[in-house]
Design a protein. Structure first.
Length: 90
């Protein structure tokens, strides 16, 4: 059941190499706030940062959305935990 729920929410397992690095803990943690006027593409950017496909439909964001991305830059010795916030501007 858990696997089906993850698939429905487009959540995939973390790469084994990255999982191994994350088990040691995270030394670097970034927070990114995506903020701006309505209809400019904040949520589209937020989705792409998560590795999700582009969605050309428009559905106004009614509340703050957050995601945590474990980013492993190519030549970096350690992964970076990135918290991304999609903030609604009225």
């Amino acid at each position: 059941k858990e696997v089906e729920e993850r698939r429905a929410r487009n959540i995939s397992r973390m790469d084994a190499r990255l999982r191994q690095k994350m088990n040691k803990g995270v030394r670097y943690n970034m927070k990114v706030v995506v903020r701006g006027s309505r209809g400019v593409g904040k949520t589209a950017l937020w989705r792409r940062l998560q590795g999700l496909p582009f969605d050309d439909g428009y559905d106004a964001t009614r509340e703050i959305k957050t995601a945590t991305i474990h980013w492993a830059p190519r030549d970096a010795p350690e992964p970076v935990k990135v918290d991304v916030w999609d903030v609604v501007d009225e």
